[in-house]
Design a protein around this ligand. Structure first.
Ligand code: KG4
Ligand code: ZN
Length: 348
């Protein structure tokens, strides 16, 4: 018998129904059912469609996770669930399922923050998190720089996007280029054939006064507009749009700012470890440039494998297991789903 906690985590903040099980820092299973195909024709996630898909997928995904891991629900030490931030109707499905399991099994319930989970998941791949760790979280909903002293309780935001999230910018630019939703992986793929210095797109919040007020903040909406305008001018002139060059130059602008600010934040805070998480951390150019710049700055880089960067249940289970291991109290059974849960609140 292991004395490491066996924890099942449920994630439903957006369009992935994720159920993961970990024992301590060992990942036993990561079952994900995505409704992304149902949203593709709308060019973005439709909250009502996502909620309904979670309701359909929840029990089958829990059953699949147990079957594939050989874990019996009765053996679980705790249930963890994303309490926020995210789409309210989607979160409610996961929170209700987690409460039902916790009540039925008589296990403690941990309502956790989605963003802290994106950080915590890396322990299943790269071992315990150094304390402190700088975390760059880049997803469809968020772009933040976080100083993480204790992922179960002390997460301090240093900066965030003041407009679009990084993934949102990828998705919107992909749309302009006629690529499918979600656009990030398509831009990543197409950009490999393009020239990243073909077009000099703007780097938001990196110059002069902006750096005084927004040193570790991000802005991608100006970049998105610049790309749209550039493409429009080409189309109006009746010239072909060099999709690969636009994708590569756009991607370079995003990745340049993200990595520059992340490494600068490590230097400013004297932090030697940088972790990148969230869906955009799957981006191959981001991973490569972050590695180069971290090497130059003497910063150690940790990036979970792409499947653990996008939303999943394992990340929630991983954070829950660390809460149990640190002896944190369980959440109350009337814990709410909080669509705008602040990043500083790790547990609901
Ligand atoms: O973390 P995530 O799965 O969901 C949210 O919490 O938002 O992130 C989804 C985002 C989408 O915007 C998607 O386009 C982006 O991550 N993404 C990528 C890549 N893979 C996913 N962006 C750039 N390059 C990729 N390879
Ligand atoms: Zn996420």
């Amino acid at each position: 018998m292991s004395d490491e906690p066996l924890v099942l985590g449920i994630e439903t903040s957006c369009d992935e129904t994720g159920v993961g099980i970990v024992r301590g820092r060992t990942l036993l299973v990561d079952a994900v059912a995505s409704s992304v195909d149902e949203h593709a024709r709308f060019g973005g996630v439709v909250p009502e469609v996502a909620s309904r898909a979670h309701l359909d997928a929840m029990v089958p995904t829990i059953e699949r996770a147990c079957r594939e891991s050989g874990v019996r629900l009765a053996d679980l030490d705790a249930i963890a669930v994303t309490a926020g931030p995210g789409l309210l109707g989607a979160l409610v499905v996961g929170v209700a399922a987690a409460k039902a399991l916790a009540v039925g099994l008589g296990t403690p319930l941990y309502g956790v923050n989605h963003l802290a989970s994106h950080v915590a998941v890396d322990v299943v791949e790269h071992g315990p998190l150094p304390e402190p760790t700088m975390a760059l979280l880049v997803s469809g909903g968020h772009s933040s720089l976080l100083l993480v002293t204790d992922v179960t309780g002390d997460v301090r935001p240093l900066g965030a996007s003041i407009d679009d999230a990084a993934g949102e910018a990828f998705d919107k630019v992909a749309r302009v280029l006629g690529l499918p939703f979600p656009g990030g992986p398509h831009i990543d793929r197409v950009a490999r054939e393009g020239n990243s210095v073909a077009i000099d797109f703007p780097r938001g919040l990196t110059a002069g006064k902006d750096m005084e007020r927004h040193r570790f903040d991000f802005s991608f909406s100006g970049l998105k507009t610049a790309v749209s305008r550039w493409v429009q001018l080409r189309e109006r002139a009746g010239e072909p749009v060099p999709v690969a060059d636009v994708a590569a130059s756009f991607q370079e602008a995003v990745v340049d700012v993200l990595t520059r600010k992340a490494v600068a934040a490590c230097r400013a805070e004297g932090v030697e470890d940088l972790l990148i998480g969230g869906g955009v951390a799957a981006n191959s150019r981001l991973r490569a440039m972050a590695q180069e710049r971290c090497d130059m700055a003497g910063v150690r880089l940790r990036v979970p494998r792409p499947g653990l960067c996008t939303d999943n249940g394992a990340m929630v289970a991983a954070l829950g297991a660390q809460m149990v291991a640190r002896g944190r109290d369980a959440s109350r059974l009337d814990l709410p789903a909080d669509s705008s849960m602040p990043v500083t609140l790790v547990q609901a």
